[in-house]
Ligand binder design. Sequence first.
Ligand SMILES: Cc1ncc(COP(=O)(O)O)c(C=O)c1O
Length: 400
Amino acid sequence: MSFADAPAIAPLNPPRRILLGPGPSPVDDRVLRAMSAPLLGHLDPLFVRTMDEVQVLLRYVFETNNSLTIPISGTGSAGMEAAVANLIEPDEEIVICINGYFGERMYEMATRVGARPIRVECEWGGPVDLEKARAAWRASNASVLFAVHAETSTGVLQPLEPLREIADERDGFLMIDSVTSVGAHSIGVDRNRIDACYAGTQKALSCPPGLAPVTFSDRAVDKIRARKTKVSSWYLDTTLLTAYWADAGGGQRTYHHTAPITMNYGLHEALRMVAEEGLDERAKRHQRNHRALVAGIEAMGLSMQVDPDYRLWTLNAVRIPEGVDDASVRSRLLQEFDIEIGGGLGIFKGKVWRIGLMGAGSTENNVLLLLAALEKALAHEGYRVKDSGVSAANEFYSVN
Ligand SMILES: Cc1ncc(COP(=O)(O)O)c(C=O)c1O
């Protein structure tokens, strides 16, 4: 290939999609505007102030006073890797509850940091089997118990209290994935005494993907400080990151890596929006729109994959009816209505649609539009809905 002629590539001009899939979620214009602000240096006093404020706001959404609460530069998976790479040493056991795709990913990460992960296999589409988790915990020497709060692959919300109880049997550390819950479902890091919790920016926080908020309890920080071995990842080593992020209050900040300035502007604004709305109000909004969607889905004669007691408000797994082509429905929604929904992951591939109502995407407008568009796409597939989903959702909204 000759490099004499530079490639002539047209500028990007993406349409404004309505992002109702498993993430990323729609981003408010306020966040996009914040991201177009002039760049500051990563040790500029104004950027340092921004970092301090991001930490204050992250403590609010995680519901914690943990000092070590920072956004890792990277997507949610970087947060996952930071949690396991810091909290676990090689040859240490960790009990990993697997009831979906992301539990499986944590298992893979744990093997890579040299840990000895113990699998608790649970049914996809249901919560963690507590008896199995307890038995695995008792049979092991693990100091850490891991589970996913909001399994994006299945739409399951995992109650955290019983997991804390299991870990408490011998003062264990609880590590939780809150990528798809934070900013919608209460995570209560301090209330649930979670020792390591990570999230992503692109779900219910409604910021573009690119940062992974994490928080570690003081107890977890002590465990990390007492490690016999260095954290295997230099980039994700919280002992090094702390010197850059957390030495606030007049202390010197030491260069670690060049923080993604613009992403931090975006997160700062997205978190301000969460604080303006308030966690309780935000939770109520997510719950209300989820319930309206379910009313519409069920009126149409479709069914939800997850038992009502364990349904996420952010991610709705809807069973694909017999004879309906998964890909053609999703493609029609995208082409005709600019709506993105997700297909199934892992064993749910081709079996469920994953409809995200996250952050700025969780609105009455989006619920009604999606139900109307889905009805049309289903009609193309020869599927006749039982009743109008839009009417059922409207009826729900009129009394809730
Ligand atoms: C529950 C859960 N954990 C971890 C991740 C990984 O996040 P990312 O794709 O941002 O790396 C995701 C992404 O969808 C997720 O849903």
